[in-house]
Ligand binder design. Structure first.
Ligand code: DAH
Length: 340
């Protein structure tokens, strides 16, 4: 019985080698593995015969079967390696295949627009200032001439930090106060950054958004300077045919105050869907610094005048890239972000 089994094992080994030699694909290799080493494979059958043998013969056959098992496994591994090598070298010499471009990150579209805004203002002699996102009531409202009971506070409801009486700033205007407190004129700054309001998100509102503030203070600064700077800024950003216009408005920290618009970047002012047939796109507010604000920072309002302006970064990015919904900026959808 033992001899017969050993003969059978030898035949099995030959059969295996023969089949192994003709394997050309991963599938064929897998089939070979199943046929010889699988749960119902040839070799597994032999372990069953072991039980039928007299005890003194068991070790010998056991050893044989194990040897064969190792031999099969080794051979299958060799074939698998060589199949893989072939696949790799075949790919290596196929110079017509496209390369694997590694995924590279990029700046968020809002940061790209912000960089562009900064560069334009730097070119006009402005420096860039930063302020904290968590502010005191004093910097966000009081010193900007917005007292506790002023109705304009209603438009800028925000998030209050209960533990320290601070709030998330509703605009970048507090950086005006911080800058004027810490140095004397001449001042020529922009202040970009994140702002927050207690707004329900929709296509044009987000509880978190970005603004760029501007402030210039010196002797003899006029509304004409404000107009000139905003016009050249908009022309650098949207093209040299861009026009701007000012409409009278109200802000507690500027007097006189205005809201400013640019001629529609889609139709050039003729009227279209984007500008709702008005020819103009609203940007934000601006004006001459209110003497009351100079009072808070102890600047001599008889000697100095200044202008200030704000702008929304999302608004500008949406116009520039024709994006219809502000929420797309914050959804982290890679298919959206990689378009910029
Ligand atoms: N802070 C204003 C807002 O968020 C925008 C603004 C208006 C800024 C007039 C200014 C300005 O500097 O002069 O609505």
């Amino acid at each position: 019985m033992l001899e017969r089994l050993i003969e059978k094992l030898d035949a099995l080994s030959q059969d295996f080698e023969q089949k192994a030699a003709s394997v050309k694909t991963e599938q064929e290799l897998q089939a070979l593995r199943v046929e010889f080493l699988g749960k119902k494979g040839h070799l597994t059958q032999f372990f069953r015969h072991l039980a039928e043998l007299p005890p003194e013969q068991k070790p010998l056959l056991g050893q044989k079967v194990n040897q064969l098992k190792n031999q099969f496994q080794k051979r299958i591994q060799e074939i698998s390696d060589s199949l893989q090598n072939k696949a790799v070298s075949a790919a290596e010499i196929d110079v017509t295949l496209p390369g694997n471009r590694p995924f590279a990150g990029r700046l968020h579209p809002l940061m790209q627009v912000l960089d562009e805004i900064k560069e334009i203002f730097k070119g006009m002699g402005f420096t860039v200032e930063m302020g904290p996102e968590a502010e005191t009531d004093y910097y966000n409202f009081e010193a900007l001439n917005i007292p506790k009971d002023h109705p304009s506070r209603d438009l800028q409801d925000t998030f209050y930090l209960a533990h320290n009486q601070m709030l998330l700033r509703t605009h970048t205007s507090p950086v005006q106060i911080r800058t004027m407190e810490s140095r004397k004129p001449p001042i020529r700054i922009i202040a970009p950054g994140r702002c927050f309001r207690n707004d329900t998100p929709d296509a044009t509102h987000s509880p978190m958004f970005h603004q760029v503030e501007g402030l210039v203070v010196d002797e003899g600064v006029s509304f004409a300077d404000l107009k000139g700077v905003l016009l050249s800024f908009m022309q650098k950003l949207f093209g040299k045919n861009t026009k701007i216009r000012f409409r009278p408005s109200f802000f507690p920290f500027t007097e006189p105050s205005a809201e400013y618009d640019v001629s529609c970047i889609m139709c050039g002012g003729k009227g279209c869907r984007v500008c709702k047939d008005t020819g103009w796109l609203e940007i934000s507010g601006a004006g001459m610094v209110d003497p009351a604000v100079f009072g808070f920072v102890e600047y001599d309002a008889e000697k100095y005048t200044g202008y200030a302006f704000g702008m929304g970064v999302e608004r500008i990015a949406m116009l520039k890239y024709q994006i219809g919904d502000i929420r797309m900026f914050y959804e982290n959808n890679v298919r959206f972000l990689t378009q910029f």
